[in-house]
Ligand binder design. Sequence first.
Ligand code: FPP
Length: 247
Amino acid sequence: MSFKNQIDLTKLPEHIAIIMDGNGRWAKDHNKPRVYGHKHGVVSVRNIVEGAGEIGLKHLTLYAFSTENWNRPKLEVTALMQLLVNTISKEVDTLHKNGVKLTTIGDLNSLPNNCSKELERASELTKNNKGLNLILALSYSAKWEILQAVKTIANDVTEKSLNIYEINESVFASYLETKDIPDPELLIRTSGEHRISNFLLWQIAYSELYFTNKLWPDYRKEDLFEAIVNYQKRERRFGLTSDQLSN
Ligand code: FPP
């Protein structure tokens, strides 16, 4: 039986986040430059978004470019930005037709102008769509996000629009980039690396982590469905005991 048929649609996670990793190694395995791997990574993005839509997932966050990725060779950074612009402009109509809402998290101001403009255009066009919320993390890092939140909170306290004693977990979360999105129940990382790489540190406090050796350009919807089936077999205890949960 396919993994898709094994999914219990009544127990679907609301939000899945993915660290897409392994494009460079995939390109190396094919004796090609790194950018070749990124281009094939886009094929996986398309396939995974399609799969997420098929099962009715509400939110999918893809870690497309981290704050640290700016330190990569200039040629690779430029190619990644161009790939992003080209992909969005090519796919936005299909996304829109399929009810996908495109949103972003991260420091959009640091992106090249044509890139942030294209993203703004796509977000504006799709903002009322009720299907999958596709969140691209771009020039994003969790430490950057948390520092931004702390600065804004400090400013609001100084200006007396926020009382220091009112600050709790939900107030803090409302200052994060992800304020309108539930925390991911499932975080997937491809390519066999077992780390979080500065991604959604606050939001994954209780996420289930799933690691696969597949390199991102080889990752397809059946792999996503396999991760969901694996997730659905887990017992999420949130600090409680198994007995407490079954009572
Ligand atoms: C990690 O592989 C991948 C990235 C830093 C970029 C991901 C970008 C894409 C898949 C294409 C554009 C995305 C969208 C949403 C249109 P790596 O380069 O770190 O691989 P390595 O660890 O094998 O070197």
